[in-house]
Design a protein around this ligand. Structure first.
Ligand code: HEM
Length: 151
């Protein structure tokens, strides 16, 4: 078994597709009710527009070396997530941004702390996680990670 490296690029954590027909600011950004042309693509009024955060999270115009796992990109000195109001959107953005963001972050830290302390994590050699993108992005196979209790 290969040891999982927690495959921890934060941007893999959330693959959400969602729509914002009820949110003026998001509507302005994602053009759900006005006929618009965005970067050469014609979007008729009324068309549903899926927002694709993982694409945004890999845009080289926003992120330095976007595929690299580099937590320092969030450091006060670099603040790459602040380059654009919608550069970092795992919790959405604008008026309807997740109100549970900080609570959820603390929960994840508390739970991961226990799981990393108590279990040895592994994946099958060569395992590549198959993921679905819609209706909500997640591993297609339930995420085949084996946890073995330590001690
Ligand atoms: C890792 C965990 C979580 C993720 C990835 C997440 C993600 C999101 C996203 C992307 C949105 C925006 C949806 C949209 O714009 O249509 C949202 C909204 C929201 N989230 Fe979360 N969320 C998480 C945890 C939580 C928790 C723990 C709570 C409550 C304790 C919460 C409460 C809400 C609420 C109430 C909204 C709607 C806010 C509004 O419409 O004004 N979320 N969340």
């Amino acid at each position: 078994m290969a040891t999982a490296n927690a495959n921890s690029n934060r941007r893999y954590a959330v693959f959400l597709s969602y729509r914002h027909a009820d949110n003026k600011e998001q509507g302005r950004q994602w053009a759900t009710w006005l006929h618009q042309v965005l970067e050469g693509y014609e979007i008729p009024a009324g068309m549903l527009v899926g927002v694709y955060p993982i694409h945004v999270h890999y845009m080289s115009s926003l992120w330095t070396d976007p595929t690299r796992f580099d937590p320092e990109r969030f450091s006060p000195a670099r603040q790459e997530d602040k380059r654009h109001a919608f550069a970092w959107v795992p919790f959405g953005g604008g008026a309807h941004m997740c109100i549970g963001q900080h609570f959820a972050t603390l929960q994840v830290k508390a739970i991961m702390h226990q799981l990393l302390l108590r279990y040895r994590w592994s994946i099958a050699p060569g395992y590549v996680m198959p993921y679905q993108l819609v209706p909500i992005a997640k591993p297609k196979d339930g995420l085949q990670v084996t946890l073995q209790r330590q001690g």
